[in-house]
Design a protein around this ligand. Structure first.
Ligand code: PMP
Ligand code: GLN
Length: 382
């Protein structure tokens, strides 16, 4: 393993999901739903395979139907206009979009500012690009962005801001004010922005997902990334996409074509249909997940965790110090044995170990009865 990837080991998600299988624990670690997405979307994929759509290499930028559907979705939900010919790129999940964007846009030694805690692939992809990660930490209880801290992190070497909202693992949803501060700074210092918005539809309690690209001056400097995994509960399909200017999309595509070239032909047809589902699908998903969030949040609080209720995503971050514990990593490694539940130690998403040490993340994209029995088990901890 080269120096750039030294110490990256196995992702925490793979480690913890394997632990869940090995110990027969309830897996509230890795974020994937335990029920599949809409049957008609699954059927669209099966039909595409049967009818021979996408069984051979699809076009490099993605099938035209999906690029059009992505563009229409951006207009329908946010009033953003993208040309499906030149401004949309289909990728192998958001994961490849992130990798391709960073590999395409960064020079070795460039600094990338990322919100900390950061999703694990950010650190790895910044490292693979030979660039340098500069974290700006979000702090409990609300994990708000401190615009002064962000401003102070910019140096002459800063090339790019890597933003994620709704934010994994904290569940923070950046407000219009926070996003405006990011936008003003990006324009003032002429920075590129890569924004990971895979949880765009998982926002609760009247909070609003505002795409960074919709702010003044941002469309031309922003690479927006999303994916079908979270919105349609098909995380295994790995269909993601990028929307940006022709120049930036071409740059990302240049890297992408040498990573996977193309992927998921038949699934692209199905996701094109999914993006056109009626409003009721999106509100239904949100309402359903909000109820599950409330169920798990209440249960975790009863079990003695300090709960930071998320505004978005399907994750709840907790602090275990109220249980008399300090070390989230040790806690998560022992939890399956102690009570048969798996969770994720947030410390793996931090450079600042002290900030992340007592924090533990639970996923609530699981059936209510599964959440209830997880909570019953966690109550025995006390
Ligand atoms: N970004 C974030 C913030 C995520 O939580 C995930 C989760 N899986 C991804 C990207 C990757 O998305 P995909 O599965 O579409 O590659
Ligand atoms: N995004 C998912 C999570 O945060 C994990 C995806 C993965 O395993 N790479 O749990």
């Amino acid at each position: 393993l080269n120096r750039r990837l030294a110490g990256m080991g196995t992702t925490i998600f793979a480690e913890m999901s394997a632990l869940a299988v090995r110990t027969g624990s309830i897996n509230l670690g890795q974020g994937f739903p335990d029920t599949d997405g809409p049957a008609e979307v699954a059927e669209a994929a099966a039909r595409a395979i049967r009818e021979g759509h996408g069984n051979q290499y699809p076009p490099g930028p993605g099938i035209p139907e999906l690029r059009q559907a992505v563009a229409d979705h951006q207009r329908r939900f946010y009033g953003l206009e993208y040309d499906p010919e030149t401004e949309v790129l289909v990728t192998a999940g958001a994961t490849e979009a992130i990798a391709a964007a960073l590999l395409a846009l960064l020079e070795p030694g460039d600094e990338v500012i990322a919100l900390e805690p950061y999703y694990d692939s950010y650190a790895a992809c910044i490292a693979m690009a030979g660039a340098v990660r500069v974290p700006v930490t979000l702090h409990p209880p609300d994990f708000a962005l401190d615009p002064d801290q962000l401003r102070r992190a910019v140096t002459p070497r800063t090339r790019l801001l890597l933003i994620n909202s709704p934010h994994n693992p904290t569940g923070a949803v950046l407000s219009r004010e926070e996003l405006t501060a990011i936008a003003e700074l990006a324009c003032e210092r002429d920075l590129l922005v890569v924004t990971d918005e895979v949880y765009e539809h998982l926002v609760y309690d009247g909070h609003e997902h505002v795409p960074l690209a919709s702010l003044p001056g941002m469309r031309e400097r922003t690479v927006s990334i999303s994916s079908a995994g979270k919105t349609f509960s098909f995380t295994g399909w790995k269909i993601g996409w990028v929307t940006s200017t022709p120049e930036l999309v071409t740059a990302v595509r240049t890297a992408k074509q040498f990573l996977t070239y193309v992927s998921g032909g038949p699934f692209q047809y199905a996701v094109a249909e999914a993006l056109r589902l009626p409003e009721s699908y999106f509100t239904g998903l949100r309402d359903d997940l909000r109820q599950r969030r409330d169920l798990l949040a209440a249960g975790l609080a009863e079990a003695g965790f300090t709960v930071y209720a998320p505004k978005g995503t399907y994750f709840i971050t907790t602090d275990i110090r109220s249980l008399g514990e300090e070390d989230g990593m040790a806690f998560c490694r022992s939890l399956p044995e102690r009570c048969g539940v798996v969770a994720i130690p947030n410390v793996v998403f931090y450079d600042d170990e002290k900030a992340g040490r007592p924090l533990v993340r639970f996923a609530f994209c699981k059936r209510p009865e599964v959440l209830t029995s997880a909570v019953d088990r966690l109550r025995q901890l006390g």
